[in-house]
Design a protein around this ligand. Structure first.
Ligand SMILES: Cc1cc2nc3c(=O)[nH]c(=O)nc-3n(C[C@H](O)[C@H](O)[C@H](O)COP(=O)(O)O)c2cc1C
Length: 230
């Protein structure tokens, strides 16, 4: 009788623990897949001669209150860091030792058919990944054109891989040079699309880093606006 009671108690305990574990398993949230947006294919022929884009590029800070289209956004991102040779992974902009330390984030405040938010450009597959929801331009600085631009591109640099090959100071210097190449690509592509913008180094990274959850190794470098003429 005594032995039977022990068996019953142990069985009951096993059932209770089992149910508890099952419930805990159920309650565990599944790792959320990132929200990704596939971008359309880039135009590699264009309509405006390169010389005309060079002759007419100007820093402009007054914008129309009008959206940028998804094809325009796609084209600008391709110009910034699009992969042009899938076999090697080489991109539209050159990169020191082909290490590609730069990342491009889009502050999309007013883009047709795209929810306002901050997105990270993924060159592999030419797509966007949502990083933060809503219009976040206020986090990108206090210059008036930052607040009114429908799109801001933020170029960041993570030089961890490059530093392992050439040392930290040189890796950072070279990433800054590379950011200049990317920035000019974006600016000339804007001209070719009939858009305007300005490159900006005058911003405060204090709000940007936590918003984008940037690791210590990744620093904001340059912001470029994109807009229609006001
Ligand atoms: C490294 C760098 C940083 C810049 N930072 C800012 C900035 O923070 N705000 C701004 O309005 N323009 C900025 N500019 C744009 C310059 O003011 C502009 O290029 C210059 O006045 C020449 O005019 P242009 O671009 O129309 O030829 C920057 C340009 C460079 C190259």
């Amino acid at each position: 009788m005594y032995r039977l009671a022990i068996v019953l108690v142990l069985t009951l305990a096993a059932v209770v623990v089992g149910c508890h574990l099952y419930a805990a398993d159920e309650a565990k949230p599944a790792a959320a897949a990132p929200v990704t947006i596939q971008l359309g294919p880039p135009d590699t022929s264009g309509k405006m001669p390169l010389e005309q884009t060079l002759a007419t590029r100007r820093s402009v800070r007054k914008y129309a209150n009008a959206p940028i289209s998804m094809p325009q956004l796609s084209q600008l991102l391709w110009a910034a860091q699009g992969i042009t040779d899938p076999a090697t992974g080489h991109r539209t902009a050159p990169s020191a030792m082909g290490t590609y330390p730069l990342h491009i984030y889009v502050f999309a405040a007013n883009v047709s058919d795209l929810a306002a938010g901050v997105y990270k450009y993924i060159p592999q597959g030419h797509k966007l990944e949502l990083v933060a929801e809503g219009n976040q331009n206020v986090s990108a600085g206090t210059q008036p054109q930052v607040r009114t631009a429908p799109v801001l591109f933020l170029v960041t640099a993570d030089t961890t891989a490059t530093a392992a090959r050439m040392g930290a100071p040189k890796a950072r210097d070279w990433a800054m040079l590379e950011a200049g190449c990317v920035t000019e690509n974006i600016l000339l592509q804007e001209v070719s699309l009939g858009l305007i913008g300005v490159p900006m180094a005058g911003y405060d990274p204090v709000k940007i880093k936590p918003l984008l959850k940037l690791p210590d190794s990744e620093e904001p470098v340059f912001i470029i606006s994109a807009a229609r003429r006001g």
